[in-house]
Write a protein that binds this ligand. Structure first.
Ligand code: CP3
Length: 342
């Protein structure tokens, strides 16, 4: 059995077409997800391996994508820290007891990841048992900065005021918090790999909020230590948004493939990270709200910029939006396969 196209591309080996998967391919734009979700809470779905495995598999046959992404969340890892994680209806994630000070950081317990998130590893085992061989499972976690931003702010944020203040006013506490998160996350990803994930993606979704010097000082050492602690030979995709000014630094932190959002030209971004890593991206998710004939030119432009070079994984620049028609997503996957065939 030859290696699946996604894994070949992650190692910058040639493939007969550009592999494609979509961030948030398992989620709310799918009617079959919404119907499960009507009956169960989000955390309950994540913690019930049979059901989480079913949600992971829902988009695979339906879309014809080249990878599955585990159904879980980047914040599952902080629940055992006792910060009061909830997914309130329509509000997104909420942290009831945010970590805002030196004393708050000092109170955080040491997490035994394997016992706290064993349900995720069980989901990985169930999924990898059922997936077709050409479709690898992508494990994932949040990167230390993005996860810390939720823990410090108490939820989603626009300006990251509390996060940036903690960083500057109590750097010792900040570095301790990021060390705790990086250690727990390395164990969490290695657990997913041991259970069968063939490749992992690290989501630093909100890191684009930082000045390059702040990234260098407050984030890069932690992300680098985390990536260096991962099981050797498992490819790592390192993703962030708004990272146009940070790309060489993200690359310095690590990863075999750098995930790009839609605010950069793929070829220029690839030059910025260097041709000894792959790139993933980078269609604007909003493009999928319009019919295929309307987004075809953008898809072709991205593939033209990648120019068939080994190491491109097609994806959106961020997750599929909830109001996206499923037929448009399916049409995108077919289009990428057809246009890139070589
Ligand atoms: O299909 C997939 O990509 C797999 C599953 C997945 C989820 N979350 C499920 C989910 C993945 C990879 C994530 C990652 C995640 N979670 C990120 C990084 C990716 C990104 O979008 O930047 C972040 C920042 C989170 C935190 C989070 N979880 C938010 C902000 C929200 C609410 C808003 C939203 O975008 O949906 C969640 C909840 C969540 N995670 C849902 C799903 C399917 C929706 C829950 C529901 O059904 O109400």
């Amino acid at each position: 059995m030859p290696d699946p196209p996604l894994l070949l591309a992650a190692r910058r080996k040639p493939t007969s077409f550009t592999p494609v998967w979509l961030m948030r391919q398992a989620g709310r734009y799918l009617p079959e997800y919404r119907s499960l979700r009507a009956r169960h809470g989000f955390l309950e779905l994540c913690k019930t391996p049979q059901v989480a495995a079913e949600v992971t598999l829902q988009p695979i046959e339906r879309l014809g994508v080249d990878a599955a992404i585990l159904f879980a969340d980047i914040l599952l890892i902080v629940e055992p820290l006792g910060v009061g994680l909830e997914f309130a209806k329509g509000e997104g994630p909420v942290i009831r007891r945010p970590v805002r000070s030196e004393a708050d950081v000092a109170r955080l317990p040491t997490v035994d990841v394997a016992s706290a998130v064993g349900f995720v590893f069980e989901t990985v085992r169930l999924v990898t048992r059922t997936l077709p061989a050409r479709v690898p499972l992508i494990g994932f976690a949040g990167a230390p900065f993005t996860v810390a931003s939720y823990v410090v702010e108490g939820g989603a944020s626009r300006d990251y005021l509390a996060t940036k203040r903690l960083m500057r006013e109590a750097p010792g506490a900040w570095h301790r918090l990021l060390t705790i998160l990086a250690d727990a996350t390395a164990a969490y990803l290695n657990g997913q790999i041991a259970a069968g994930a063939a490749i992992v993606q690290l989501f630093d979704s909100w890191v684009g909020a930082l000045a390059p010097d702040d990234y260098r000082e407050f984030v890069l050492p932690h992300t680098r230590a985390l990536i260096a602690a991962l099981t050797p030979r498992t490819p790592v995709i390192h993703f962030g948004t708004g990272t146009g000014g940070l790309l060489p630094l993200l690359r310095e932190a690590g990863g075999d493939v750098i995930g790009l959002d839609w605010r950069v030209d793929l070829d220029a971004a690839w030059r910025a990270v260097g041709d000894d890593v792959g790139v993933q991206g980078n269609l604007d998710p909003v493009a999928l709200l319009s019919p295929p004939k309307t987004f075809e030119a953008s898809v072709r432009a991205i593939l033209r910029r990648a120019a068939g070079r080994p190491g491109h994984i097609f994806n959106l620049g961020h997750g599929v939006l909830e109001s996206t028609p499923v037929e448009h997503v399916k049409a995108l996957v077919d289009m990428v396969h057809d246009v890139s065939a070589r």
